[in-house]
Ligand binder design. Sequence first.
Ligand code: FEO
Ligand code: CA
Ligand code: CA
Length: 691
Amino acid sequence: MSSRTRHGATDPARRPLLPLLTGQTGGRAAMTCRYRCGNACFHEAPNRSGNPYFGDVAAAALSRRTLLRAGAVLALTGGATGLASTRAGATPPPHTAGPAAVGLRFEPLTQQTGDHVTVPPGYLHDVLIRWGDPLFSDAPVFDPERQSAEAQERQFGYNNDFVGLLPLGRGDHVMVVNHEYTNEEIMFPGYDPDNPTRQQVETAWAAHGLTVVAVSGRRRGRRSGALDVVVDHDLNRRLPLSAEFELTGPVAGSHYVRTSADPEGRTVLGTVNNCAGGLTPWGTWLTGEENFHQYFANADAIRDPLERERLDRYGAESAETERKWERFDERWDLAQEPNEINRFGWIVEVDPYDPTSTPKKRTAMGRFKHEGATVRLAADGRAVAYMGDDERFEYLYKFVSAEAYRPDDDEHNATLLEHGTLYVARFTGDSPAGEIDGTGALPSDGAFDGTGEWIPLVSGTTSHVPGMTPEEVLCFTRQAGDAVGATAMDRPEDVEPSPRTGHVYAALTNNTDRTAEQADEVNPRAENRFGHVLELVEDSDDAAAATFSWRLFLVCGDPEDPGTYFAGYDKDQVSAISCPDNLAFDDHGNLWISTDGQPDSLGANDALYGVAVDGRRRGEVRQFLAVPTGAETCGPVITDERVLVAVQHPGEVDGANYENQASHWPDGGSSVPRPSIVVAYRADGKRTGHA
Ligand code: FEO
Ligand code: CA
Ligand code: CA
């Protein structure tokens, strides 16, 4: 399927485009806040633990003593000398002569504002698959005026986010895609937010979830990076809200996850708000359930103070929800089914190679607003997954499996994420607190940097958090992080280890709530609108290490803003970038960053950037692609053959609705905007980013 094949029904009578409204709250349109996150940014951040904002080392030392008194296990390996020797890359001198890093040799884009996808000169791009396109030949032709759950369950879902490609051989791949959320106002004709119809609600249930679909690179010839969807491939699969998912690990079967529909507490229907993800060395797909709280109504009905505190820590809705699903199925109503919410907020593992497999919700990896999970193997072969909890002042986590990965033992590897230790990060800066003034000005040692530790929360069925059982630590993980003094971060999104160096990169997308008093060396800006990218080096370069060093790699924004930092690279030579969200590495070790929130922070469309993390070009951020009006750039996959991005929520602009669309991408005319996967590739058949 490509953009050249158009069969989207359009309505010529649709009214003209509204003027685009600005003045949004936070880093994105208010409409995105409403539908994506349940207006999380309009509420006070749910973390009221008072956790550091570390600021000064004395406070961190005090927390550590408290922790030791509490009996926590701290493996304090790696002294100051050892840390210094492995500290994340020393800043190179500015150097701009000669070509860009291999893999990044394209003409960088300037900031874009149009309702289209833009790629550098010499590159082509196609729409690979759009919301409503068929995965099976019996799927009805997409008709936005006549949507149904039955049709949507056979078609590509809405609001694609994470994208992964797994090999099928001979240039074919199985592509896995998250469908994070629905925006009913721009999806459905005549939508009344106060009175959604059952048909609309059930269609939205089907538009959520996951897609597995085969794609072929063979049909256009060996020199083209273009891909085509293989309709009816044996591996094609939709996993909507009606699909069965299995709870595994320590929380499975516990009373926290038992409901009237599932008294055993082991089988959940569906997955919601799947944001980013990752692929494992054993060929499975991990996807994070993020803003699950917004689907559950009536927390005010919960009278037990402890239960209510747990709901509030995740921001559950006090009364009705935006989408009103609770009117159509009582499982979304906390007054009817108080435990259903505990069955969401997990990392989900899917085997895309087995279309009959039941996806697994991995409770050993903790429950929070999971952005995603990315896996790297430790020195001894154990699987280590890095994970962010995407909300203001939330934490960074890692999970280390109990068992080691075994090549060619799929049955064993399929159990790795059921047993292990969950850790949360605490950071310490090495500069005096007084030198971190909230402006982004570098401290006198020239770097936002320091050391840190992974604090264990639970190992298998052993809790390390006083007063919390293992099930409670895993089900109410945010409170466990509060209890051990984890560091409150500026919205941790994707966390991605470099497959070349093992160094770990974390996108901290923004946090306009942070005050100057709360600025610390790892979150150094007050009212952080532009976000930053953290570089973390595990001690001894072992992913299972208990301690690490870190430094900020990028402090994002317009390079003319003195509060920005591009790893010391010449700021006259870099692209403006803000609100880093998804991260990926290319075949050459370059980091690629997609953004979510540039319209409101930089006045430009969201985009995709490549940046070298090593060598003389370290820090040279170069814009490769921009997405249409109102859209976010998601799910990047970068190879020598092609670049894939998920164009999520095109047209999601305040004031837009179905009858007054802010975008008509990709079909043009007066069509409804359709979230889609785009593939970009060299027109001359050469490799991405090569001369
Ligand atoms: Fe769904 Fe954290 O973005
Ligand atoms: Ca420092
Ligand atoms: Ca994201």
